[in-house]
Design a protein around this ligand. Sequence first.
Ligand code: TXA
Ligand code: MG
Length: 346
Amino acid sequence: MKTLILSAADRNTPVTAAKIIQAGGLVAIPTETVYGLGANAMDAEAVSKIFLAKGRPQDNPLIIHISCAEELNLYCHDIPEAAWLLASHFWPGPLTMVLPVRDCIPKQTTAGLNTVAVRCPKSEVTRALIREAGVPIAAPSANLSGKPSTTTAEHVLNDYGTDGKIDAIIDGGPCEVGVESTIVDLTGKKPRLLRPGGVTPEELTALLGELEVDRAVLGQISNDAVVRAPGMKYKHYAPSAEVYIISGSSEAAAAYIRRRFTDGDAVLCYKEELPLYEGCNPTAYGSIQDIRTLSSGLFAALRTLDRPEIKTIYARCPEGGGVAYAVGNRLKKAAAFRIVNAEAEE
Ligand code: TXA
Ligand code: MG
């Protein structure tokens, strides 16, 4: 069986894709963050196909996608005021909330937790599909487990091919945000940031008044640790090469990298820095003048650099809050938190 490629612009796409979802199939869906690999969140068997296709550990729960905030009541209980407040500001958009789950969501979706992560994505075609299917869609990022997330339909095809490993892909073009959604856990005493994304810590704090940052966001977590977002303990988003983040000024970093650069190495930098890396196999993932270009370009660049002949990647990483906080988090994870200050090493 072949994988169907559906265009987001085709008005029949939501109906065609909804039939596949209702029949227990897998559909890759575009969202403003990254592409997801979707199935009916209420159908345990369909959900288990996601884990199989991705090679994802069963203890890593999925996000369910809904078409509007009101649907929260159907799948969650004891919803705090803060959730409605966040929904009214950021949905549809790149924010996921963890809330107490109702029994109608099977354990396969939540990995047996008593909470569920819920998001209302911005993509019109994906919300039309959810409405048409009449069920929430469980969808992790569509990448094969351990690969960088997919931010174009082509990335999804590269991971799964067209011979029916997944039933359909909806091509909605490149993802605007490019890193996965911000996750906030609202089940504890204080709201807690489990994963930074397009909705920034500053925006959340301004609305909620307080925000704790989970330790999984801040550093490397060992594989047997108990963490709030089970997925955070896996070494995510990593290409096969070893990644080193080289901090410091453009000039100091370039001097450091050029001294060490050998065949089989590559450089991941900002567009403005390309002239500093002639002969050093540089790839730019965006402009340091506009952090949103770095977030939308990061995973595509990591995918280009994910080639067996590349052994070491020296990467430049933005610092600070806002969206840079999310970009920095993904790059640091890809680098397993190996960070070198070029200015201290001269
Ligand atoms: O932007 C996104 O969120 C994308 C698109 C497709 O919506 N999805 C995504 O899913 O990034 P995934 O599975 O790659 O990442 C979901 C993260 C994992 O780290 C998982 O452990 C965590 O959310 N998670 C899911 N359910 C949870 C829960 N009930 N409590 C805490 N963390 C949860
Ligand atoms: Mg993922």
